[in-house]
Design a protein around this ligand. Structure first.
Ligand code: G3I
Length: 485
């Protein structure tokens, strides 16, 4: 559910006419968020969280759980912020220190603190080449792939229903050439990112699923283009991605770019939300303050920019403390950057009314315009002649690893539109379906049938829609029947 909470102190909580309302409904297990911008009179919020909420956004911070005993820290946290990200506590090394032995003590503590204080939680991060536990270093290939799938399934299931957005995959692109970063996860196969997203969707269908990275703020940079092309490809192929996180760690080597708003808007135009996820800006005084204000204005100018998270509270809490990059000084006093940020939030944006589509809606017709999928080719040949009117065909595309698989199914309508469809196939002996997305499955082994869900019931003549499922054992191949109606 995507609901902006107005919380905080003083007169702001009693304000009767918020400028923006965000309305959410849950339909068919998929979060459907409709954002309605309502023009009303301006009013000045007195905290970052309440002011952002008036704009239909959140304002968050990274939190280190061991600082929750620091009264100054907690005082600022509870007063100013309505979204939190665990700075380290939800990472792989923290949550699964030994294989298949999960530890949620710190992360549960953060979630409890957030819930008790009306804050929501960004999940960070399910799959990342850094801060992996030591045991993953001994794995590669299918063993590492299976470990990643299990990790995502377990962690996303543990926090199911409590996470606003997950950073499903973090920092998977190379800084220089716009291609993928080499890592142990990348070496399990180029499809590791989409497998991660499908696995997260299956585990927690209500969370927005984000790709998160740094140095993707400048529209002209190759890395930005590389991520953009991946997201475009994912949207075209129905890979369940809902949002892109821009870490936005700005300093002299990676400065705030003048085209930042263009970058946010161009990504949003792909049909994803955008979020500023780890903002910090090295510097001081009016220069730093101006840049903070500009970042806020850029977010507010983009309808699908959901909110801003700063990477820490006081300068002394920052991973780059010497660069004094945050909104509060080491004593917890508000800096000029704070005032500029609050003023920019209160000035508001020109966000037009917008409606975000269901987060699991796959495309119905558009073929990929970028590089073709890098997953294994379909295991059954696509039809060489179009199916007859009223009929449909289905083709499978499978990623198999030792002991498990993910299969994507493309349903193609014949010469007449489909108003409902079902696909049946027989699983090899010993195999079982463990979860499915964008279809209702019946049966887990032997003959299994997948029926359309509401939003993909209708497929235009000659059009396509996709669904998928994950399983244990050997993936199905061979005959697949598709029935219209
Ligand atoms: O808690 C231990 C402490 O017990 C030990 O004595 C000390 C010795 O080195 O290490 C402490 O852990 C450190 C941890 O931060 C908590 O302070 C780790 O070494 C250190 O590696 C870790 O750094 C974190 C870094 O990610 C790891 O890559 C930073 O706190 C965290 O702010 C930073 O966050 C990342 C985001 O996740 C992804 N984007 C970039 C961002 C900044 O690097």
């Amino acid at each position: 559910m995507d609901k902006v909470l107005a919380r905080g102190s003083g007169s702001t909580t009693a304000r009767s006419r918020p400028r923006t309302a965000v309305v959410s409904i849950l339909a068919g297990g998929a979060a459907v968020a409709a954002t309605i911008a309502v023009a009303t009179s301006a009013s000045a919020g007195t905290t970052l969280g309440t002011s952002a909420a008036e704009q239909g956004r959140y304002f968050g911070t990274a939190v280190a759980v061991n600082k929750l005993s620091d009264a100054t820290y907690v005082g600022i946290l509870n007063r100013e912020f309505n979204m939190v990200t665990a700075e380290n506590e939800m990472k792989w090394d923290a949550t699964e220190p030994s294989q298949n032995q999960f530890n949620y003590s710190s992360s549960d503590r953060l979630v409890a603190h957030a819930q008790a204080n009306g804050m929501r939680v960004r999940g960070h991060a399910l799959a990342w080449h850094q801060q992996q536990p030591g045991w993953t270093q001994g794995l590669s290939g299918t063993a590492l792939r299976n470990a990643m799938v299990n990790h995502i399934t377990q962690v996303a299931t543990h926090f199911k229903g409590k996470i606003h957005s997950w950073d499903v995959v973090n920092e998977a692109f190379d800084d220089g050439n716009g291609g993928r970063r080499d890592s142990n996860l990348q070496r399990t196969g180029n499809d590791w990112i989409e497998v991660a997203f499908r696995t997260a969707r299956a585990a927690d269908p209500g969370a927005k699923l984000c790709y998160n990275d740094y140095n993707t703020d400048n529209w002209t940079w190759a890395k930005t283009q590389g991520v953009y092309n991946m997201v475009k490809d994912f949207k075209a192929r129905g890979v369940p991605i809902d949002c892109v996180g821009f870490q936005s760690h700005f300093n002299s080597g990676s400065p705030y770019p003048g085209n930042y708003r263009t970058t946010l808007q161009n990504f949003a135009d792909l049909g994803v939300d955008v979020q500023i996820t780890e903002l910090d800006i090295e510097g001081s005084g009016s220069t730093q303050a101006t840049t903070y204000g500009n970042v806020v204005k850029d977010c507010l100018a983009v309808a699908r920019c959901n909110g801003i998270t700063v990477w820490g509270i006081r300068d002394s809490d920052s991973w780059r403390a010497s660069g004094t990059p945050l909104l509060f000084d080491g004593n917890g006093n508000k800096k000029a950057a704070y005032t500029s940020t609050l003023n920019a939030l209160n000035a508001g944006g020109t966000t037009p009314p917008t409606t975000t589509p269901p987060t699991t809606t796959p495309p119905t017709t558009t073929p990929p315009t970028t590089a073709p999928p890098t997953t294994a080719p379909p295991t059954t040949a696509p039809p060489t002649t179009p199916p007859p009117a009223g009929a449909c065909t289905a083709t499978l595309s499978t990623n198999q690893w030792q002991g498990g698989f993910v299969t994507n199914v493309r349903v193609t309508a014949g010469g007449s539109p489909l108003n409902g469809w079902s696909v049946s196939l027989t699983l090899p002996s010993g195999s079982a379906v463990t979860n499915a997305w964008s279809a209702q499955s019946s049966g887990t082994n032997g003959l299994v049938t997948f029926r359309n869900v509401d939003y993909n019931r209708q497929v235009p003549a000659g059009g396509t829609t996709e669904f998928g499922f994950q399983g244990t054992g050997t993936a199905p191949s061979g005959t697949v029947s598709c029935t219209a109606g």
